[in-house]
Design a protein around this ligand. Structure first.
Ligand SMILES: [Zn+2]
Length: 497
């Protein structure tokens, strides 16, 4: 009996010990969570778009008169010197060594700007219930990037594997290695879809090539540099579907409700990006989509292609229709994508430092990737927009980039300009290709007057001098154009709203 009571007491004790542990653990979680969220808020703070004090400061610094402008540059020089004295000293040494090699080893953007004028192109158009629908608003590509590094792309005529993989910032050697092992990858065809995933080292991990409606090839990395291939013959059927709807919330959310997956929504956003601001579409706008989708039995497999879309907003119709070359055009067969100029300058300039992910700092010897290209230019040289854009950010960083600008071109592309002497645009402003956006300079940490220019695709810097520029090679041949116009007429009929 006594034994029994003892045992029961012990059991109770053990139970309460476990309870105490659980309680302690819960408290620990809450505290950790609290600290993390505080940290997040702190980190996000500089990104806040509504920062009256800084904006005012920026406005004051906007050179409206010569006097203002002088004051302006005096301020920047001051802050450069105050910034980090030892670094500046080092830089003076470099300046001596490389008089003819104007560049910067500190053009990696810091998390915090000393001054900033910025618009968040996604959030700026959000209605009141912003937070709850933020996820829907983020376009599919961005969303995919956040979850893990996955990308999808529809091949257009002339694309090589390296052009496709460069969309995710991968260097040429990955495609070379793949093609060496599997030469069939040399022959990509317009309209084929490719879906790929990068691992956390930004190396290719998985590539899915939709060769045809009957065949799919998967390349998976097994060990460093070694890929295994899997060929899948498909027994599924492909059907054309017309999906019509009214936007309730966002276009992305409405399309998801109709059964389109992220890859097709991504494709559609790409098709529309130059005509309509997808983020601006809202309640009451209508749409119709023509898709070819794969079914296994009566189930969708997730593979599919967007053939055409019609959007009606503010009493206007917008169409994007895919041609046999994989690109999208309006009903008249006119190119939708805007051409990019190779360099953001009115004339050629000497390159003082090339794009180089492996570049080393001459003093510390550490790898300091050069994410852009440097043009040696006298201060005050006009910098022009290489394509139509919206100014996303005009900011200043004394300890690196100096005065810099970020332009957004459609959904996938951004360009960055550093060490400017004077910006000529404001955040939120639209600019046309060829329009002056700034004067070049030598602000921030820099070894001489130059322009540092970056080209980003889906948030990743690529070599601006070698990247296949969007929209520059999209013309249709006469025969192709004829068949496109027939296709467009049919699509128009099917997509009536
Ligand atoms: Zn540079």
């Amino acid at each position: 009996m006594v034994q029994h009571v003892k045992l029961a007491r012990e059991r109770r004790k053990r139970k309460s010990r476990i309870k105490a542990m659980i309680f302690f653990f819960a408290v620990l979680c809450i505290i950790t969570g609290g600290i993390l969220s505080l940290k997040n808020t702190a980190e996000n703070a500089p990104l806040d778009t509504t920062k009256p004090p800084e904006e005012t400061q920026y406005q004051a610094l906007q050179p409206t008169s010569p006097a203002d402008s002088e004051q302006h540059s005096a301020t920047s020089e001051n802050s450069t010197e105050q910034g980090e004295p030892p670094v500046t000293a080092q830089h003076n040494d470099i300046k001596e060594e490389q008089k003819n090699d104007a560049t910067s080893f500190d053009d990696e953007l810091l998390a915090e700007d000393d001054e900033v004028d910025q618009i968040d192109l996604g959030q700026a158009k959000l209605p009141d219930d912003a937070q709850s629908i933020l996820d829907d608003l983020l376009d599919a590509a961005d969303q995919a990037k956040r979850i893990s590094d996955q990308f999808s792309y529809t091949v257009v005529r002339g694309d090589k594997l390296k052009d496709v993989l460069e969309m995710s910032g991968l260097e040429d050697d990955t495609s070379q290695r793949l093609i060496a092992a599997y030469p069939e990858l040399k022959n990509l065809k317009a309209g084929q879809q490719i879906y790929w995933i990068l691992d956390n080292q930004n190396e290719l991990e998985y590539l899915n090539w939709l060769v045809s409606e009957k065949e799919e090839r998967i390349y998976e990395r097994k060990e460093q540099d070694k890929f295994a291939r899997q060929v899948i013959e498909k027994k599924s059927i492909w059907k054309k579907d017309v999906l019509k709807g009214k936007i309730d919330g966002t276009l992305t959310a409405s399309l998801k409700k109709l059964g389109l997956d992220n890859r097709q929504i991504n494709q559609l956003n790409t098709a529309l990006q130059w005509q309509v601001n997808v983020a601006k579409l809202g309640k009451g706008d209508t749409f119709a989509v023509l898709v070819t989708r794969e079914y296994l039995g009566d189930k969708l497999t997730g593979q599919g292609n967007v053939d055409a879309i019609h959007i009606r907003t503010n009493g206007k119709s917008y169409y994007a229709i895919q041609s046999d070359n994989g690109r999208y055009y309006n009903r008249q067969g006119e190119t939708i994508g805007k051409g990019f100029a190779r360099i953001p300058l009115q004339r050629q300039a000497r390159i003082s430092s090339q794009f180089n992910p492996q570049r080393r700092h001459p003093v510390t010897g550490r790898v300091r990737p050069h994410k852009g290209v440097d043009f040696a230019l006298p201060s005050g040289t006009p910098v022009i927009a290489p394509a139509d854009a919206v100014v996303e950010k005009v900011a200043y960083q004394a300890g690196g980039a100096g005065r810099y600008i970020v332009l957004r071109h459609g959904r996938e592309y951004q360009t960055v300009y550093m060490h400017l002497s004077k910006p000529l645009v404001r955040a939120g402003q639209s600019v046309k290709r060829g329009e002056r956006i700034a004067l070049s300079g030598n602000t921030g940490i820099s070894t001489g007057a130059h322009l540092h220019y970056e080209f980003h695709i889906n948030g990743r810097p690529v070599n601006p001098m070698t990247i296949k520029l969007p929209g520059t090679n999209s013309g249709m041949k006469d025969s192709e154009r004829k068949s496109f116009l027939v296709k467009a007429k049919a699509a128009e009929r099917q997509l009536k709203l």
